[in-house]
Every structure is written in structure tokens, then in C-alpha cells.
Design a protein around this ligand. Structure first.
Ligand SMILES: Cc1ncc(COP(=O)(O)O)c(C=O)c1O
Length: 350
């Protein structure tokens, strides 16, 4: 039975066109000088995000970690929405490498989203020398563990303005900001507006085998380049992977196809009687009563997913065709009675 892999939009494999571009890439030593293909990718992504400069990193975790090291001093507190990737999924990098102390902001603005009032309240006011300092707000758009939820350009601007009024720096984890732009109709630059740094991923939904970019001011990115080298992330002929990234960007106009696949999956599962919220992007959370049982049942019919809290997480992507969604629904139909949940509410909390 052919496996239908919904675990993540990172499971895609490079297309033949991408592999050809990698083989043909013009390269040079990116540590000693600039690799021309890497330079092209960094300029292109900076322009897309409306920032002065960008720095490639192999992973989203490294790009976020560099941002944390850039913005935080040891002992500083930083704010991030509950279940943000930087809080729970990066092995404590923010604390270990950047010395930051996290404060998780509950989702009072909707799934995955804090409100400006929360930011203002948690940022506090400058105190005496012995007071804890809060210096950074981290946002995540789309919010992965909330179910790929979008922060609109208006909501983003209000959060950033509040942070700025409180003298906080802002880092946006925009691993899937492409998806937020496609879903909301806002430009990438509007969704990155005012953020001191933004990380974006080419390996999530766009099909590249690796690669994230940290975008910001020229000065911030120069410093970020030093930090990347400290972390052992200075690559030599990086153009080979940058070429894959340039091809990956061609997929941006097709992201709505992946959103449509998630919407189709939601309709099908709802028709079967499952309690499924409308997906905003390519991530669908399906609450189930018994996670280990649900995982073994779906695996048994060749539908592979990951658990998020009390839900199964389905992520649609370019390597799953529209027909695969119908096939997954057919395979899951007989399991419904065992998957059925008594869970009530809009979305599962993670
Ligand atoms: C929102 C978000 N940020 C950052 C990352 C980290 O990316 P990477 O796996 O490339 O380190 C992920 C990975 O899934 C993510 O979903």
C-alpha cells in the first residue's frame, strides 16, 4: 500500500528540476567571499520580505537561534505565544545559547495569537536596576501547533506597534509566513512589517531539502553572519543548496493548492462525523479520544500523521496530490467509529 505522508510539509523531496539547478549552480566559498548563488537567494528573499538583507541558515531552528542570540542578553525575558516553536520545540536554544527566560502568552487573540494588551501587560515598565527586563517579543505566523493559524497584517501591526512602544525587539518566526500571505492576501512585507528579524523556511511547503533565511537590517544581518559562524554554520559552496532555494520560491503561487487540499480533507472528515475545525492554511488538527490508538489505526491504513496535543495533525504539501486526499478519506472511513471524539469546542489546546 502506498504511504500517504501527512506528517509534515518537510517530507517533500527535491524535484528533478531542483536537482538539476543544484547540479548546475555557480558557486564560490561563501565564508571567504560571497557565493554568487547564495548571494542571489539572500537578496531575493530579503526583497520579498521587505527587509534590507538576509542570511541563509541550514534550518529554521538555527535561524531562530541566531535571532535570539542577536536580540537577547543573558537573563532577559522574552514573550512568545503558547506552544510557539521557539518555546517548546527548539530544545531550549533561547535559554541555553541566548540566555533568555521565556514567558508564554496565552492565545487571547484567537488560536496561536496573543493580543496587544497582553504584550503590553507582560512587557511591563522599565524598573530599577534589580528588576527583570523584558526585551523581546517572538511571534509565529502561521502558528504551527495552533493548527496553521494566520495572524493578519492588521493584527501583526498592532502587536508590533505595542512591542515597539514598550521598547521590545520583535522576531517573527515566519517558517510558514508564505502560507499566511497566501491565505490572508497580505503581502509578505506587510506580514513582516516592523519586525527586527524574520525567519522563513524553504524546506516547509516549498520543497527545498534545506534552508532558512533570517531577514533584517543590514547591520543586524552582518552581526547574524558572525553568530552563524560561531555556531559552525558558515557554509562554503552554499550555492548548491541556495540553487534549490531559488527553485523552491517558484512554488509560492501554488501554495493555495495545498490549502485547498487541507480544506477538502476537513470537509471529508467532517462528513464522516469527525469534529474538525476549518483549516486556515495547510495544517489540519483532528481531535481524537485516544492518540496512540488513532496513530496505530491511521498507520495501519497507510495514512501517516503526527500527534499535536490531543489531536492528529495532518499537513498537506506539494508531494500529496488532490487524489491522495480522496484516497486518504476512503482509507480512513472504516476507522471513524474508533476515532470519534467527545471533544467539544473550537480547537484542541496543546
Ligand atoms: C514554526 C516553525 N518554526 C521553526 C521550525 C524549525 O525548522 P527546522 O526544522 O528547519 O529547524 C519549524 C519546524 O517545523 C516550525 O514549524
Amino acid at each position: 500500500m502506498r504511504l500517504l505522508d501527512f506528517r509534515s510539509d518537510t517530507v517533500t523531496v527535491p524535484s528533478p528540476e531542483m536537482r538539476a539547478a543544484m547540479a548546475a549552480a555557480e558557486v564560490a566559498d561563501d565564508v571567504l567571499e560571497r557565493d554568487p548563488t547564495m548571494d542571489r537567494l539572500e537578496r531575493r528573499v530579503a526583497e520579498l520580505l521587505g527587509k534590507e538583507a538576509a542570511l541563509w541558515a541550514p534550518t529554521g531552528c538555527m535561524a531562530n537561534g541566531i535571532a535570539m542570540m542577536l536580540h537577547l542578553s543573558r537573563g532577559d525575558r522574552f514573550l512568545a505565544p503558547v506552544a510557539a516553536h521557539v518555546l517548546g520545540s527548539e530544545l531550549g536554544t533561547a535559554a541555553w545559547l541566548a540566555g533568555g527566560m521565556p514567558e508564554a502568552l496565552p492565545w487571547e487573540g484567537g488560536p496561536g495569537k496573543p493580543t496587544p494588551i497582553q504584550v503590553s501587560r507582560s512587557a511591563g515598565n522599565p524598573g530599577p536596576y534589580y528588576a527583570l527586563r523584558t526585551t523581546l517579543l517572538c511571534l509565529e505566523n502561521t502558528h504551527n501547533f495552533a493548527g496553521g493559524t494566520c495572524t493578519s497584517a492588521t493584527e501583526h501591526r498592532a502587536l508590533v506597534e505595542t512591542a515597539q512602544a514598550k521598547q521590545l525587539k520583535v522576531h517573527l518566526d515566519g517558517a510558514r509566513v508564505w502560507h499566511a500571505a497566501a491565505a490572508t492576501g497580505a503581502s509578505l512585507a506587510d506580514l513582516a512589517w516592523g519586525a527586527d528579524t524574520v525567519s522563513v523556511c524553504l524546506s516547509k511547503g516549498l520543497g527545498a531539502p534545506m534552508g532558512s533565511l533570517l531577514c533584517g537590517t543590514r547591520a543586524a544581518i552582518e552581526e547574524a553572519r558572525r553568530i552563524r559562524k560561531m555556531l559552525g554554520g558558515g557554509v562554503r559552496q552554499g550555492g548548491v543548496v541556495a540553487a534549490a532555494g531559488l527553485v523552491a520560491l517558484d512554488y509560492l503561487p501554488r501554495i493555495p493548492e495545498d490549502h485547498a487540499k487541507a480544506a477538502r480533507l476537513a470537509v471529508g472528515l467532517r462528513d464522516m462525523g469527525l469534529n474538525v475545525a476549518e483549516p486556515e492554511t495547510n495544517i489540519l488538527l483532528v481531535p481524537v479520544l485516544n492518540i496512540p490508538l488513532a496513530l496505530s489505526l491511521t498507520e495501519g491504513v497507510g495514512v501517516r500523521v503526527l500527534p499535536v496535543g490531543s489531536a492528529l495533525r495532518f499537513i498537506t504539501h506539494r508531494d500529496l496530490k488532490a487524489d491522495d486526499i480522496d484516497e486518504a478519506l476512503v482509507r480512513m472511513q472504516p476507522l471513524v467509529a474508533q476515532l470519534l471524539t467527545t471533544w467539544e469546542g473550537d480547537r484542541p489546546m496543546v
